[in-house]
Design a protein around this ligand. Structure first.
Ligand SMILES: Nc1ncnc2c1ncn2[C@@H]1O[C@H](COP(=O)(O)OP(=O)(O)OP(=O)(O)O)[C@@H](O)[C@H]1O
Length: 598
């Protein structure tokens, strides 16, 4: 049995149908994700910016206190008509104002710089891993997760953004601030309340510190547990929101890319209905998100209201008993509220934190899909084929990703200079066999060894044309500067694309402009430029008329008489350009020689 795809797992987890991954694993991942940049080669700059950011944030609080202080002094001096202090106070104000403006500017400078450097580093880190071991291809082939592109572009951006209050760094800095203020107000509370005495099994256990402190700590703990519990659906809905938004955008791009076919087939209504369905997911999820948010807001509002009266319930009896003054009642209420709201920081930042948890979870799924190790059934051995052999296949069993068998091929040797045509009905596994030859299909068993000599080139049915000029497209994967214009112009003439020679350097979206048949002739030009010793063609002439298809094969044969060719064709006439045939039938392959017609 094949492992279930991570996509199914991720969606089921978010729907609450499957338990979350172990908390320890998720915490370890979140920790590594957060600290990774700060232990990278850019660590000096990273730490300098982070420390500067923290210093500026606390500097901001300090300037706020300064200006508060100044205000009191200023109004007092006005009330007492101390005109001699006026100029000094104005000067002080200007200095404080300059400091405040400086803090805002420095905060912008540092937070924006840290955001882009962190994002730049993490994006590159993910992109490197996404490209390594062909993961970008494997994730799509197995559909391991949805929209990895959105995760790399959006989720990393949201995760590394320092410029907003609900950013990870902003939350952490706020946490330090609230801890400091919890300690200061806790100290005030200590002075206004007696020890907490709890009767346990006939004994009176006295907890050190003020009773108000202990009540505040219990209350905050209780509140945090309840809020976390209420907030669970909120996190899940936030994650779903990101999925649905990404799906909707992908569907819009899909319509844009296939605009011509949709316009031709007049299926606008169908496409619009599909898009509306995709948007309906966003809308439905929005309402669920709204209810989850209302639940969360209700929880935090009740929590805050109760927090305002608890100290009164605790201190008023002492006031009635004549133990404390009314002033102490009010002072301890203020201190209690300040103390517990500093401790309740977690409850206050929960929505922002929920967004960050959603980002981290989506990046975890991306990490899991990149690290996903699928046992390689088909051994791919480049450079290990024997002398004179271009491709050596042994005991090959091709399977679909779900384990269903596609094709058995006991032994298949393609000798240098041979030209093999692969035939078989649609869906027989011809393209999959070519993927196995290229080392891109691991599902199955057996081995594929490739020659160590020369170069190989695979030409698919739909050619990849890079963004740029027509010359770029012909020269790909080389850079255009590596070949002179005259050579490329001659090739364009040779492949019957002479009309485009004059516009060879124009930057256009050639993929959209050239007809499929013209694109296949660009492929021919590319082959003639690269002159690979092993050429693998997957229905490379499917869009060409009979004459142009024959011209394609004749040109290759004349220009590269000794090259080895493996090609998939549906057109029987083209088989004549080959020396051998591999016919796929009933999941088996029959090999034969093609006799030359006299
Ligand atoms: N990534 C994939 N995931 C699941 N199934 C796949 C995947 N790629 C190919 N298949 C399945 O493997 C089978 C063989 O596909 P393949 O493209 O090799 O056929 P083919 O012989 O080249 O067909 P055609 O002549 O129509 O191009 C098909 O049933 C296809 O659905």
């Amino acid at each position: 049995m094949m492992p279930p795809s991570a996509d199914v797992e991720e969606a089921r987890r978010e729907a609450g149908l499957q338990p979350n991954q172990p908390a320890r694993e998720r915490f370890a991942h979140a920790w590594r994700l957060t600290t990774r940049y700060f232990v990278s080669e850019d660590w000096k700059v990273a730490w300098a910016l982070l420390i500067a950011y923290c210093a500026i944030s606390f500097g901001g609080v300090y300037t706020f206190i300064l200006s508060n202080h100044w205000q009191r002094e200023f109004f007092d001096s006005i009330e007492q008509r101390q005109s001699s202090l006026f100029v000094t106070l104005i000067m002080t104000f200007l200095m404080i104002a300059a400091l405040q403006v400086g803090v805002v500017l420095a905060n912008n400078l540092v937070s924006w710089t840290l955001s882009i450097r962190w994002r730049n580093w993490l994006t590159n880190w993910y992109m490197d891993r996404w490209f390594a071991r062909d993961r970008f291809y494997e994730i799509e082939r197995l559909r391991l997760i949805d929209n990895p592109d959105q995760r790399i572009a959006e989720d990393i951006k949201n995760f590394t953004l320092v410029t907003q209050g609900n950013s990870l760094v902003g939350i952490a800095v706020g946490l330090v601030g609230s801890l400091i203020s919890a300690v200061s107000f806790g100290y005030i509370l200590l002075q206004t309340s007696g020890p907490l005495v709890i009767p346990v099994a006939g004994y009176r256990v006295s907890l050190p510190g003020g009773d108000l402190i202990w009540f505040a700590i219990f209350y905050v703990l209780f509140g945090s547990v309840v809020i976390t519990w209420i907030g669970k659906p909120f996190i899940r809905r936030r994650m779903r929101e990101q999925h649905y938004e990404a799906d909707f955008r992908t569907n819009l791009i899909h319509v844009r890319r296939n605009g011509e076919q949709i316009a031709f087939s007049r299926t606008q209504d169908m496409e619009r209905a599909g898009l509306k369905g995709s948007f309906a997911n966003i809308r439905r999820n929005w309402y669920r998100l709204m209810w989850a948010n209302i639940g969360l807001s209700a929880g935090s509002s009740i929590y805050e209201r109760v927090m305002g009266v608890i100290p009164l319930f605790l201190t008023v009896p002492k006031f009635f008993a004549g133990q404390i003054s009314f002033g102490q009642v009010m002072a301890s209420r203020d201190a209690f509220t300040q103390f517990s709201s500093s401790l309740s920081y977690f409850v206050q930042v929960y929505p922002g934190l929920a967004q960050q948890i959603a980002n981290i979870n989506r990046l975890k799924a991306l990490d899991d899909s990149i690290d996903h190790e699928r046992p390689r059934g088909i051994a791919f051995r480049p450079g290990e084929a024997g002398e004179g052999i271009a491709i050596d296949v042994e005991n090959l069993e091709l399977r679909r990703p779900n384990g269903q068998p596609l094709l058995s091929l006991e032994e298949w040797k393609v000798r240098d200079g041979e030209r093999w045509v692969i035939e078989g009905s649609s869906g027989a596994g011809k393209t999959t066999l070519l993927r196995a030859i290229a080392g891109l299909w691991p599902d199955g068993a057996g081995s594929v060894a490739m020659t160590r000599h020369g170069t190989a080139m695979l030409v698919p049915q739909r050619l990849y044309l890079p963004l740029g000029s027509l010359k770029d497209a012909v020269c790909f994967p080389d850079r255009a500067e590596e070949h002179d214009d005259a050579t490329v112009a001659a090739l364009l003439e040779k492949v019957r694309l002479g009309t485009h020679v004059a516009e060879m350097h124009e930057l256009r979206v050639w993929q959209d402009e050239l007809s499929p048949g013209e694109q296949q002739r660009v492929a021919l030009a590319r082959i003639l430029l690269q002159r690979p010793t092993l050429l693998v063609l997957d229905e490379a002439t499917s869009a060409l008329d009979a004459d142009n298809a024959a011209h394609f094969y004749e040109t290759v044969r004349a220009a590269m008489p000794g090259s080895t060719i493996v090609s998939v064709v549906h057109n029987e006439k083209l088989a004549a350009y080959h020396t051998h045939r591999l016919l796929m039938q009933d999941r088996r392959a029959i090999k034969s020689k093609i006799e030359k017609k006299a």
